[in-house]
Structure formats: C-alpha cells, structure tokens
Design a protein around this ligand. Structure first.
Ligand code: ADP
Ligand code: MG
Length: 226
C-alpha cells in the first residue's frame, strides 16, 4: 500500500521582484493513514508553506508530491480541486469563518460543492455534535468565544470526512486552557481513526502526538515517535 502522502525532495521558493526566496530546501516525508503528527519549528522555518503544499493550496517549485501514490503534478485542475475538497480538511489559526453565516452554514460550506451528497443536513448535525456545539448552530462567529469558533472550524474540516486534517497553529490564537481543550478534541478525532497533521509552537502539544517532526530553515531536522 502507498502512504497517504509522500513528499520527495520538495523545494519551494517564492519569487519576489528583486530576488528568489528559497523556503523549502528538500523535504522528504511520508504520512501514513491514521497518524497523528505534530510539526514544530521556529517562525519562518517553512511550516505553513509545507502545509499549503500538503493541502493542495500551493505547488512546490520542484520535487515529487504523491497523494495515495498518485503524482499530484499530473492531476488535472478538476481532479486537484476534487481531492482538495473531498480529502483535505484545513484548520487555521485565525479560524477563517464567514462572519455573516451561522455556525451551521459555515460547517455546511464544503458540502455546498458536492451537490451529490446524501443527506447533508445529517452530516452537519453530526459534525456539530462532534465538536460539542449542537446548541450553537444559529450563532454567528462574533456570538461565539474563540474556542467555540475554532470548534466550528474543526466541524467544517470534519464534515466531509476527509482523509487528512491539516491544522496550522490551531491553538495559536487561544489561551492555554482553551488550546488544551482544542488539542483534546483533535485527540478524540484521531481516536476515531482520522489522520491529523498539526503545526504547533508548543512542545507539550507535540509530546502528546504519536509523531513529532521538527523543521529548521526549510528542512526536516528530526522525525521521532515519542
Ligand atoms: P512558518 O509557517 O514556519 O512560520 P512560512 O512557511 O510561513 O513559515 O514562511 C517561511 C518563509 O517564507 C518566511 O521567511 C517567509 O517570509 C517566506 N514567505 C512565506 N510566504 C511568502 C510569500 N507569499 N512570498 C514571499 N515569501 C514568503
Ligand atoms: Mg506559519
């Protein structure tokens, strides 16, 4: 069987008018289904750049990116967006909720692009229950606490039952206690079988994951299973 994700010698540079900025300098990484992995590293080490490539939000400058053994660079635009929508759930530090939509409407958003979904309302209900917000369905983001907003974002990431959840500093905007609750929610989601990759500054969070990867200056410098 193929790993869910394989990266081989992935490089990424950003082209600025005056110069090229190398960010990823040759990343090799396999992620297996069911793994719960932390990605740590100093600010600027390239974590978000790597997450965006893994989430099909950006393309590497060179190297091979395989998803379930398929070369992502050979996918059509249609297949690429289909995989992004069906297989990837993204959670951001700043929640990225639509302010005018209710919690339910935010969670339902990924299903909007899948008109063939059987009983989307039931999936949304299930996701809202999963994150413990069934009684906040009609609240808008500004009527929710930070932790609740992040729960809505997690429900949105979960609703389509993706193959992998990518969370880029999901506790970065929360106080430490709320952050710990959000981490516990990720652990619970993982216990149900989800594959999760979470970027964090917090070593104690990393210590609670099955696997911890450290980046420095665009390279993976350690990869351990504590
Ligand atoms: P991290 O998430 O680990 O803090 P990033 O992946 O966001 O790191 O950024 C890594 C480096 O890439 C930083 O030096 C940053 O300035 C640079 N960078 C990120 N995005 C861009 C961009 N769109 N254009 C130019 N440089 C960028
Ligand atoms: Mg970042």
């Amino acid at each position: 069987m193929h790993p869910l994700v394989s990266l081989r010698n992935i490089k990424k540079s950003y082209q600025l008018p005056s110069m090229e900025v190398p960010v990823l300098q040759g990343i090799d990484l396999d992620i297996e289904e069911g793994e719960f992995t932390a990605l740590v590293g100093a600010s600027g080490s390239g974590k978000s750049t790597l997450m965006n490539i893994l989430g099909f939000l950006d393309r590497p400058t060179s190297g091979r990116h395989l998803f379930r053994g398929k070369d992502v660079s050979l996918l059509s635009d249609h297949d690429e967006s289909r995989i992004r929508n069906l297989e990837i759930g993204f959670v951001y530090q700043s929640f990225n909720l639509l302010p005018r939509c209710t919690a339910r409407e935010n969670v339902a958003l990924p299903l909007f692009y899948r008109p063939q979904t059987h009983d989307p309302e039931a999936l949304v209900d299930e996701a809202m229950r999963w994150v413990g917000l069934a009684d906040r369905s009609t609240h808008r983001p500004n009527e929710l606490s930070g932790g609740q907003r992040q729960r809505v974002a997690i429900a949105r990431a979960l609703v389509g039952k993706p193959s992998i959840i990518l969370a880029d500093e999901p506790t970065g905007a929360l106080d430490s206690r709320t952050g710990a609750e959000i981490l516990e929610l990720f652990r619970e989601i993982h216990r149900q079988g989800a594959t999760i990759l979470i970027v964090t500054h917090d070593r104690s969070i990393a210590a609670q994951c099955d696997r911890s990867i450290e980046m420095r200056d665009g390279l993976i410098v350690s990869d351990t299973r504590p």
